[in-house]
Design a binder for this molecule. Sequence first.
Ligand SMILES: [Zn+2]
Length: 216
Amino acid sequence: MLRRLLFRRRCALCREPMGLKIPEHARICQTCAKEVRQSYRCTHSKAVACCARSDAALLYKDQVRRAMVRVKFYHNTNALHWFAEQTTARLLANLDDWKPDLVTFVPTSPLRKWMRGYNQSEVLARRAAERCGLPCADCLRRRPFGKRQSRMSSDQERRRNAAHAFLPRDGVRLDGKRVVLVDDILTTGATAEVCARLLLYLGASEVCLLTATRVP
Ligand SMILES: [Zn+2]
């Protein structure tokens, strides 16, 4: 109790100190939990080319968007773990329908991963895979010195940039496997489409896309 009094945890969404009565495993406060249930849940999926199914845990707006920015640019691991929990729950909910053999993720460049300390999509994928008892494999890589998708202003630019950004890893074969591709944000679907196409090229029989968040 003393430790909890001295080091008050903060809500991963609103950043307010958490009440002492909140269970230790909770990462967001009760107010935010209610708000998430009411207005951040993704209720329908967006069709993405090359992906047989697609689903997202949360809508990428307001508090959720700000939390994801903290994950990407300010090393906020509390929010990252919360996104991982949400993504895991979504994979568990789709498990019977998707029947996946393997989980993989959208890669980032080694330099960016080193600077950030993690590839958030990889963390989400590994956590969800582990919880579902599935293997998680590193199937794709990013061309070095590519431009960030978030820097692209138009849909067309994003597509052009994504088309040349990824490569399959040497020696990876996915013959007949049903693969779940995990990413942090679904915006236009350009990145997911390119990655899914590569996974199909590597032999996957089907690719299902799972993202932590999706732009409304
Ligand atoms: Zn909160």
